[in-house]
Design a protein around this ligand. Structure first.
Ligand SMILES: [Zn+2]
Length: 348
């Protein structure tokens, strides 16, 4: 046992003093500094004494002597005390910080930090669902452009006083939103797009269909019918042509209008063709003329939407697209055009 009795709590095999032992040591030091130091000395060595009988006097003398002696500074105790203080401060800080964490409002934290700490709910759901195949999202995506929406009114019908009676943009939107609803019911991812939608830039989807109505201009003769067109830059037997024919044949089968082949620059050089991704099949449909075919265009938008939806399903389920999910046994409800074999250009 050391003379100053500092390490009397240590077990022989302990390599490092415990925090409580260090704390007790520090408290003892502080008490020793505050109060007049009283050094306990061990009992006199009887082995050194020649006689077997212990003397009474020497212990009393020895007890006085240390009291008079100037306490020598102990360098070792100063260093260990300093380190112990640091240790206790660090432990206390950690404890207080941990306790305070329970009172911190989560809103106070940086949202990015919180986001990084949390698993997205969708990620958890998706990771637990079995996926039959890794299907690119764009292969299930269908873009529907509601013609002129967000840009202008399109064609208009007016009376002799200039009052607007009918706007193309309204006809198109009534049909387009119904098509979107029908496709979504089949679990396709559908984008309702404006005429100059920023998403059209390099737009990637399994199919893009732009829905329009033709002019209300009075040509002086009977001008009627629907027109289906693709970009003039696309091959006439390619995937775009198959999309065009799917829409056209199914539209003509349901809507009481004849197909017109009056292609104009507006259709074959449509501004959208220059913006979308080169591998996105696209077609534009003029549903009918707003003068001669006005009743068809305005009286039953559900019929027009059903016809266009059938055409899109024809394409999605027969042109290497990904079929939507629908109750088994349900009739596809569309006609597949006989066309030169569509050449799928999807990248695998
Ligand atoms: Zn238009």
């Amino acid at each position: 046992m050391p003379a100053d009795g500092y390490d009397d709590n240590d077990s022989p095999d302990a390599q490092e003093p415990s925090a409580s032992a260090i704390f007790a040591q520090i408290m003892r030091q502080a008490a020793a500094k505050a109060a007049p130091r009283r050094v306990r000395r061990p009992a006199p060595n009887f082995e050194e004494s020649p006689s077997l009988e212990p003397e009474v006097e020497p212990p009393q003398i020895r007890r006085v002597r240390p009291r008079l002696a100037v306490p020598r500074p102990r360098s070792g105790s100063f260093a260990s005390g300093f380190l112990g203080t640091i240790f206790v401060v660090v432990i206390s800080t950690a404890l207080v910080a941990t306790l305070l964490m329970f009172f911190v409002d989560p809103e106070f934290l940086n949202p990015l930090v919180v986001q990084g700490l949390q698993l997205d709910r969708e990620d958890i759901v998706n990771s637990s669902l079995p996926t039959p195949a890794q299907t690119p999202v764009w292969m299930q995506r269908i873009g529907i452009i509601s013609g002129h929406r967000g840009r202008d009114s399109g064609a208009i019908c007016d009376d002799e006083y200039g009052n607007v009676l009918l706007r193309e943009v309204d006809i198109n939107f009534a049909v387009a939103q119904r098509v979107v609803v029908r496709l979504q019911a089949r679990n396709y991812a559908v984008d309702m797009l404006d005429e100059v939608d920023p998403r059209l830039e390099n737009y990637r989807a399994a199919a893009l269909v732009s829905i329009h109505s033709n002019t209300c201009y009075d040509f002086g003769e009977y001008v009627s019918g629907y027109i289906a067109a693709i970009s003039e830059a696309r091959p006439q037997t390619g995937i775009d042509a198959f999309l065009r024919e799917c829409i056209s044949i199914n539209y003509g089968a349901r809507v009481p209008l004849r197909r017109s082949f009056t292609l104009t620059e507006d259709l074959t050089n449509y501004h959208v063709w220059r913006r979308i991704h080169p591998l996105t099949p696209g077609m534009i449909l003029e549903m009918g003329y707003m003068l001669a075919d006005q009743a068809v265009l305005t009286e039953d938008p559900d019929l027009l939407a059903d016809a266009i939806t059938a055409g899109i399903l024809c394409f999605m389920e027969n042109a290497n697209g990904v079929p939507g999910t629908v109750a088994s046994g349900a009739s596809p409800g569309y006609i597949v055009p006989i066309l030169a074999t569509p050449t799928p250009v999807y990248l695998r």
